[in-house]
Design a protein around this ligand. Structure first.
Ligand code: GAP
Length: 514
């Protein structure tokens, strides 16, 4: 059975116990919202990145990849709007001295009202049984309808105040709702202030000549400033895309939920440059393509949903999130944004360089429009990892913890296990291991009883265990055990490579997108 919401702690401890994710600088008590990927984690993360890269770059002849520097000229961030507008509204509680995101305090308040709605609905469903009509009940039951109207009105007021940058109105709302600090229990709040999320640093040795820089808060700008270089040197014709995977940094204030929201994280972004006027068509196409990529990994489709943005960023004419059912609820996993010509036009203005494409079909030059797909590697990791972790009760009453990772992403594809160390079985198992190593990430283990070794590989998400026993010496066959079904079959050593390849090859998985 998949783990329940309150089992999120199990996800975090499993990630640590089996060498996937560690708290950064743990021996110094850690650094908040910063994590290290360990021996298993880095392999899973690399496989996620590879799966994305192949789907986006290798399988599209009009998309190319780049790897731009993290440091960029400071004017980039002026042009992109990040210096002036990449802010979170913050509020401090004067008694506890704790700092909060004002919008998150309000959203948490609304979440409590929504929890009451869910409770009422669950009660009513029980009372009315099969005849229960949820929609009708929500519209007609006075108490539930009241809760719904209240949450909507709070969110609308907050959205309005934030759009107008009316921070006094945000504070008024917090006071009116009587929201208190979870630590001090008091409503003794400071005014709401905007806080820029970019990390600043300096380049250069001497204090006089040092230049103020920012660590990039998104990888996208490295693509925009290279638009013309790539278009010219790659002889690209519109429509075409530029993809990139790389680190991004944000000084997040509300840093919780493990690797979901970090201060240093990785993004996989693709900017697709299109003819003005065709952006809606491409936006719809990319929404469809990206959701298919997620579905191809085999988790049930009800784990995903689209959330269309009502309030658009200043640069966008349409935007949607792909939300995933994390153990703590549906949350943003990926964003698809129709960014108009905002970024390129703004870089033209600030740099004084033309960033245009000459369209031979139209016989005119224009600043292309851009549709962006942007997904966090770490969020994807958390989505896959948490959904794959299961605790099963077996027929004999014992339990097993198994990480049912999609085989294409599993850190290790097969573990080679000699039944015992003696009688030449270790040597034989080593030979098989060394042969498979050419094509697959495989491991070798001869410690402990074979049952315990199976359990360990289940917990690591290894799709196959290959056991070498005395019969192997006689007829060159081994048993292959399947992680999810625990079924075992006897196969020839010569067939192993083909069996593993069919299960783990990217081609096999990505073909499901067709
Ligand atoms: N270039 C567009 C952009 O950066 P975004 O919605 O701010 O858009 C895109 O970020 C994706 O990056 C998100 O959907 C999420 O997966 C990931 N992401 C953003 N902030 C993050 C953080 N603090 N920690 C981990 N992942 C984050």
């Amino acid at each position: 059975m998949a783990l329940q919401e309150d089992d999120f702690k199990k996800v975090i401890s499993h990630a640590k116990e089996y060498g996937f994710v560690f708290q950064s600088s743990e021996i110094y008590d850690g650094l908040s919202a910063v994590y290290d990927y360990a021996q298993q984690g880095v392999a899973l993360k690399n496989n996620i990145k590879d799966y994305w890269w192949r789907a986006m770059v290798q399988m599209h002849d009009n998309i190319v990849g780049i790897d731009s520097a993290i440091f960029m000229h400071p004017t980039v961030w002026k042009a992109s709007g990040h210096v002036d507008a990449f802010n979170d509204p913050l509020i401090d509680n004067k008694d506890s001295k704790k700092r909060y995101r004002a919008d998150v305090l309000i959203e948490d308040h609304v979440a409590k009202i929504e929890a009451k709605i869910e409770k009422e609905l669950a009660k009513a469903a029980k009372r009315f049984g099969d005849s229960f009509d949820k929609e009708q009940y929500m519209a007609t039951n006075e108490r539930v309808a009241g809760y719904i109207a209240t949450s909507k009105s709070i969110l609308a007021r907050m959205g309005d105040a934030l759009t107008k940058e009316d921070l006094a109105a945000v504070k008024e709302l917090i006071e009116e709702l009587k929201i208190v600090c979870p630590i001090s229990g008091s409503a003794n709040w400071t005014d709401v202030k905007q806080f820029n999320l970019m990390f600043g640093t300096k380049i250069g040795a001497s204090a006089d000549s040092a230049m103020d820089l920012f660590l990039r808060p998104e990888t996208a700008q490295g693509i925009f400033v290279n638009f013309l270089n790539v278009q010219k040197t790659g002889r690209m014709k519109i429509p075409f895309g530029i993809a990139q995977i790389g680190k991004a940094f944000r000084n997040e204030i509300v840093a919780r939920q493990f690797i979901f929201r970090q201060r240093e994280f990785e993004q996989m972004e693709m900017q697709f440059f299109v003819r003005p006027g065709t952006q809606k068509e491409w936006y719809d196409k990319w929404k469809e393509t990206r959701i298919k990529w997620h579905y191809s990994l085999g988790f049930s489709e009800d784990n995903y949903r689209f959330h269309d943005h009502d309030k658009l960023a200043h640069y966008a004419d349409a935007a949607a999130d792909i939300e995933f059912k994390f153990p703590f609820g549906f949350k943003e996993l990926e964003g698809i944004h129709s960014r108009t010509d905002f970024d390129l036009s703004s870089h033209e203005k600030y740099s004084g360089k033309k960033l245009q494409f000459f369209d031979p079909e139209l016989n005119e030059s224009y600043v292309p429009y851009v549709v962006e797909t942007s997904i966090g590697v770490d969020r994807m990791f958390l989505a896959i990892f948490s959904k794959s972790l299961e605790e099963e009760t077996l027929e004999n009453g014992s339990t097993r913890t198994v990480l049912k990772l999609p085989a294409v992403l599993a850190p290790t594809k097969a573990a080679i296990l000699p039944l015992v160390k003696k009688d030449g079985l270790s040597e034989l198992a080593h030979e098989i291991f060394q042969e498979l190593q050419w094509d697959f990430a495989v491991s070798y283990d001869e410690k402990d009883a074979v049952g315990r070794r199976y359990r360990r590989q289940d917990a690591l998400g290894t799709p196959f265990c290959i056991t070498v026993d005395h019969q192997t010496k006689v007829d060159q066959t081994v048993t292959i055990r399947h992680r999810d079904s625990m079924e075992q079959e006897r196969v020839a050593i010569a067939d192993l490579s083909g069996i593993i390849d069919r299960a783990v090859s990217t081609k096999h998985w990505l073909k499901k997108m067709a």
